[in-house]
Design a protein around this ligand. Structure first.
Ligand code: ZN
Length: 391
């Protein structure tokens, strides 16, 4: 075992812990304190002087399409797979992977294999069973069995509502899948969350409200994403968050989407906090490697871009730099809150015993300097030092 000593780091967990030394070993954080010395002991070690840079938990991305997505413009518009450094360059060390529109040519076995591949390369990756459509596509035949029996599967989604690409689920359909996921989560000690893709129609979150009204599923089981599509959608999500529903902002965007009324994730985070949402109820995901299709009024595809995992880190910079969100609250949104939602006590924190997933940020710009994932340094001096197998 090689020990790593990070000296003189300004630690945020996500609250300000002041200047500390942090000792890593065996993939975990071993100790946090002052004036540690490793000289005079026999284990090999490396030292890293952070010189007052900000040491924060590795970012946790609750929605990335690691095997690609899209295809709304035909087979040539299927987006490519994510590579290791797509995540690490932006300080993301944990991801939740999902299928999207296409669960025919994209499959859950492929998603699980890619998740295992990225895990072997150094990240921590979990998966959702299902896709946009209901009844849910699954590995073992139903949502319950997938969540109970497959370690990496921690929920279901992204089930599409309020979108012309949805399978037009009823409120009862949505309540049923959320109930199945919840019960499976209880039995397996997992969150059993239902990730809901919310499209651009005026139905917004109404189907979730109806599902809550006709069932006993708690609001905390629903986790809608793309909430920064519009002010009206954000307002409805803030209202539902008071009933216990966490919600997710999408970091990847395009100038065209922003011009059409979408808020950037950084602006939406600032607005939600200003409008009274609790800081522990909001997450930011990348929607990485998703297609960002643009449709005209007739529903025809007129443009296509690809989401990027590093957009979560760009949202952190924007929220703090431009919209003056306090750093601890912004760090909650890009790391700690998703770890709590998915019941991952090893993630989203800096404390003795947790996984050594750490990001060192330049204090003025919050640029990524160094990244460690389960103790392995993947980024140094702002550049990847570990590459994916085919990069
Ligand atoms: Zn989506």
């Amino acid at each position: 075992m090689t020990l790593t000593l990070i000296r003189n780091a300004h630690v945020f967990n996500p609250d300000d812990q002041g200047q500390q030394d942090v000792l890593l070993g065996g993939g975990h954080i071993l100790a946090i304190g002052h004036n540690f010395s490793l000289s005079g002991q026999d284990l090999p070690y490396t030292e890293h002087d952070a010189q007052g840079a900000l040491l924060v938990p590795g970012l946790v991305d609750p929605l990335a399409h690691i095997t690609g997505g899209g295809g709304e413009g035909g087979f040539h518009t299927r987006t490519p797979e994510m590579q290791l450094t797509d995540a690490t360059a932006g300080g993301v060390t944990t991801l939740m992977a999902a299928l999207g529109t296409d669960a025919t040519t994209r499959t859950l076995p492929d998603l699980l294999a890619k998740a295992s591949g990225l895990t072997a390369e150094g990240l921590t990756v979990y998966c959702y069973t299902g896709s946009y459509e209901l009844p849910a596509r699954t590995v073992l035949g139903n949502v319950r069995d997938d969540i109970i029996l497959i370690d990496k599967i921690i929920g279901v989604g992204e089930v599409a509502i309020a979108d012309h690409r949805s399978s037009v689920p009823s409120a009862r359909d949505l309540a049923q899948v959320a109930s199945d996921a919840r019960v499976a989560g209880m039995l397996a000690g997992k969150a059993g969350v239902t990730l809901v893709h919310v499209g651009g129609s005026d139905e917004r979150l109404n189907l979730i409200e109806e599902a809550l009204a006709l069932s006993d599923v708690p609001a905390s089981q629903f986790f809608p994403t793309h909430i920064n599509r519009s002010d009206a959608l954000l307002a409805q999500a803030i209202w539902l968050s008071n009933a216990g529903m966490r919600f997710d902002l999408t970091a990847s965007t395009t100038p065209e989407l922003l011009a059409a009324g979408e808020l950037s994730a950084g602006e939406a985070l600032a607005k939600a906090l200003y409008d009274g949402a609790k800081a522990n109820m909001i997450t930011v995901s990348s929607d990485g490697n998703a297609s960002l299709p643009e449709f005209n009024a007739a529903g025809e595809l007129i443009g296509l871009k690809v989401g990027e995992v590093k957009s979560v880190h760009e949202t952190l910079q924007e929220a703090v730099g431009q919209h003056k969100v306090p750093l601890p609250q912004a760090l909650r949104a890009v790391s700690t809150n998703a770890a709590e939602l998915f019941k991952l006590p090893q993630k989203g924190r800096i404390a003795p015993g947790v996984d050594a997933d750490l990001v060192l940020l330049e204090p003025a710009t919050l640029a990524v300097q160094s990244v460690w994932a389960r103790g392995q340094q993947l980024v140094q001096a702002g550049q990847p030092v570990v590459w994916g197998t085919f990069e």
